[in-house]
Design a protein around this ligand. Structure first.
Ligand code: AOF
Ligand code: ZN
Length: 353
């Protein structure tokens, strides 16, 4: 069992290399083991490309030559963090390939929740006489693909709230002021995080006051889609959020149409159920995860709707001593479990931690 967990952990590490590129596909890692030796490994290619299992097989071909690799597969075990697929999507079924290559054994992290697969990949392998084990490091495998599981099971993107605050719970010294709370290292970390998600959202005040570009320029990651809430279309077309670096979607109360580099989407009941409506529209666009960067009202609206999964909170040591702490953080603290250090807390609004 210890050995099984070790190789599944390797699959998880490989899977992480697909962060930010595999989506809306899940990130998957696969390892082929023969006589305690890894003879091939792989992870999910950028969306639309080959799956982890195919890349692991190709890796073994490269290392050993196709004929020798094929001979070894019959006495080898493949470890894979997600159930091999059984359907024709953008690529052919991995389960069929594994059956054809006559792998001896498959060790699987967790089942695929996607309806076209869900248990059927496993069944194909078992019917072909391949020895199977499932549920190795299952919680970690589900957690790694929490964005994918949320999209499939809840028909909405996975929502990450991110903010920085003072020790006594404030976002800014006074309403409408711009002040940096976090430092350069934390800014860089945030840019890395942005590159791992499909989309990034801010409200009107943040766009007007901070004029953020919402890119990953301090990290070199891919830029996520930018989402702006702007009921009355107050943010001007030359704001940084509309620069050429990425596409921007503007949720507003008036019009739906394409303009250069920006897509306007009018919501029917703009104030009522705003988070629900936005998340549904993003789900329809295959956006699998969303990082919400502010401001306070926008973050609060997701908390009030119960539509968030994870909060990442930077806490600086400064105090602005303005009376009672902001209600936002208290709310999060009282309903969730915190992981992390004192100056960077992670909160989860669900069972998976
Ligand atoms: C695997 N290995 O590495 C991944 C899987 O359109 P396709 O062909 O790319 O299929 C997408 C579906 O395949 C996706 O929704 C999920 O159910 C599964 N992803 N499966 O065997 C992989 N990424
Ligand atoms: Zn597959």
């Amino acid at each position: 069992m210890v050995q099984e967990e070790r190789y599944m952990q390797r699959c998880l590490d490989l899977a992480m290399l697909g962060a930010g590129t595999a989506s809306p596909n899940p990130m998957v890692g696969a390892v082929i083991l023969h006589d305690d030796l890894i003879i091939g490994e792989g992870y999910t290619s950028p969306y639309g490309g080959p799956h982890a299992e195919v890349n692991a097989v190709k890796d073994a071909y490269r290392k050993l030559g196709e004929a020798e690799a094929k001979a070894l597969f019959r006495v080898s075990t493949m470890y894979v963090s997600l159930e091999p697929c059984s359907h024709f999507g953008k690529t052919p079924p991995c389960a069929d390939m594994l059956v054809e290559l006559q792998f001896k054994r498959l060790v699987i992290g967790c089942l695929d929740p996607f309806a076209k697969v869900n248990g059927q990949g496993l069944k194909k392998l078992q019917q072909a006489g391949i020895d199977t084990t499932t549920g190795v490091l299952e919680d970690a495998c589900i957690f790694l693909n929490r964005r994918f599981f949320t999209r499939i099971q809840q028909q909405r993107p996975y929502v990450i709230l991110k903010w920085a605050q003072t020790e006594d719970g404030f976002f800014s010294p006074e309403v409408g002021a711009k002040r940096w709370i976090s430092n350069k290292a934390s800014k860089q970390l945030v840019h890395k995080w942005r590159g791992e998600e499909d989309a990034i959202l801010v409200g009107t005040s943040t766009a007007l006051i901070d004029n953020p570009a919402l890119t990953t320029r301090l990290w070199n990651g891919k830029n996520p889609k930018r989402i702006l809430i702007d009921k009355e279309l107050k943010v001007s077309a030359d704001a940084a959020i509309f620069n050429e670096e990425a596409e921007t979607i503007v949720f507003n109360a008036h019009q739906t149409h394409w303009q250069k580099n920006r897509k306007l989407i009018a919501l029917e009941h703009f104030d009522l159920y705003l988070p629900q409506q936005m998340l549904y529209q993003l789900y329809l666009m295959d956006v699998q995860s969303l990082i919400v960067e502010g401001g306070a009202m926008t973050i609060q609206s997701f908390i009030d709707a119960g539509l968030w999964d994870e909060a990442r909170v930077f806490v600086s040591q400064s105090r602005w001593n303005q009376g009672k702490p902001a209600p936002l953080l208290n709310m999060i603290m009282s309903t969730t479990q915190k992981v992390g250090s004192d100056d960077l807390g992670f909160y989860f609004n669900g069972q998976i931690v």
